[in-house]
Design a protein around this ligand. Structure first.
Ligand SMILES: NC(=O)c1ccc[n+]([C@@H]2O[C@H](COP(=O)([O-])OP(=O)(O)OC[C@H]3O[C@@H](n4cnc5c(N)ncnc54)[C@H](OP(=O)(O)O)[C@@H]3O)[C@@H](O)[C@H]2O)c1
Length: 334
């Protein structure tokens, strides 16, 4: 969706630049609609030259814009808000990407009530593949959310959540790239260990993560199902997974645990009685089930004496599949 609004970016570093670059690249906005400010005048000049956008002071940008995107570091946001406060009214939409700064804190520095949307994007915004969560403030309208989505969808995918969920988003998709870079590096290290060049290993590892994520998103399948599709009986993929599971802490099949944790939006404690009493996994599996679900719900240690090695994997996968198939557990729509 294109916008005809005047868009102001206060702060034009990694995130600010990524956002207006995305808007221009997807033709959701034209250069003449965009005005930017930064700390250094030479930075503004460079951006004006590269993208054809206009530059200005923070106050000028705030005054001229219908939508003001605050993309400065959280520690200087307060100072910037004081500076632009005389230029801001409820006629304007404020979008903040400042990590950890609540909407209420921004509104207090301006003139309440204000239309504010808070966003939590991530670094892949710089390559048009961000995962962004948006949270509307009390006075933001549906049209405001749509305007915010136009901006963030131009650099990837966005979802709308409650503001109270943004800390969780910071831990998941905000910090997520760090976890994944670690995984990619580990995969590449493994490639180097078995004789591949560092360059080829990194390319293959990174593309595998990219392709797997694309497959998951485009197919809409559950990750456990896609994992099953890669693991043929007695094959190398299941051998590799088994090796992962049996060499990590407490020898637990983590993938299965995470799958269960994600799928079961029910009270596990109430559920496992039903599961263990009526399911095909009657004793001696019952004790394993209890242990398994307690491990998922309460973080209790996994009993490796009961379910060790390949049996552990098969057991956990069978549990997961049973849940997935709805064979025993009725998953309430949540
Ligand atoms: N990067 C991410 O992946 C990411 C993810 C989620 C949220 N965020 C949030 O995005 C915001 C910006 O992060 P960033 O990574 O883009 O930081 P950054 O690259 O350091 O950019 C900060 C920008 O703010 C400008 N600036 C500094 N003081 C200013 C002032 N007084 N008035 C106007 N502009 C000023 C800087 O100008 P100069 O260029 O002249 O120094 C720079 O353009 C932060 O609040 C962060 O929490 C970032």
């Amino acid at each position: 969706m294109a916008t005809d609004k005047k868009l102001g970016f206060i702060g034009a570093g990694n995130m600010g630049e990524a956002l207006f670059k995305g808007l221009l690249k997807t033709k959701a906005a034209r250069p003449e609609q965009i005005q930017v400010s930064a700390r250094r005048p030479e930075r503004v000049q460079e951006l004006a030259k590269t993208y054809g956008v206009r530059g200005g002071s923070n106050s000028e940008v705030a005054r001229a814009s219908d939508v003001i995107v605050l993309a400065v570091k959280p520690q200087i946001l307060d100072q910037v808000l004081r500076e632009i406060s005389p230029e801001v009214s409820q006629e304007k939409l404020i979008i903040s990407v400042a990590a950890g700064v609540p909407i209420a804190a921004i509104e207090r520095r301006l003139h309440p009530p204000m239309r504010i949307v808070r966003a939590m994007p991530n670094t892949p915004a710089t390559v048009g593949a961000a995962a962004t969560a948006l949270a509307p403030g009390e006075h933001a309208t549906e049209a405001d959310l749509a305007a915010a989505r136009t901006i963030f969808d131009s650099v990837g995918l966005s979802v709308v959540l409650e503001e109270s969920q943004l800390d969780a988003v910071t831990g998941l998709s905000g910090s997520g790239p760090a976890y994944l870079f670690l995984i990619i590096e580990a995969l590449a290290d493994a490639g180097v260990k078995v004789g591949l060049s560092r360059r080829a290993s990194l390319q293959l590892a990174a593309q595998t993560v990219l392709g797997s994520a694309k497959l998951l998103i485009e197919s809409g399948e559950h990750p456990g199902m896609l994992k099953d599709a890669v693991t043929s009986p007695g094959g190398t993929a299941i051998a590799g997974l088994h090796r992962c599971w049996t060499t990590t802490n407490a020898q637990t099949p983590r993938t299965a645990h995470f799958s269960v944790a994600t799928d079961l939006n029910v009270d596990y404690r109430a559920t496992w009685h039903e599961v263990t009493d009526s399911g095909p996994f009657k004793n001696p599996y019952r004790i394993g089930w209890e242990n398994f679900l307690r491990h998922v719900v309460e973080g209790a240690p996994m009993r490796t004496d009961f379910a060790a090695g390949i049996r552990d994997v098969q057991f956990a996968e069978a549990c997961y599949r049973s849940i997935k198939d709805g064979a025993w557990v009725k998953l309430d729509a949540h």
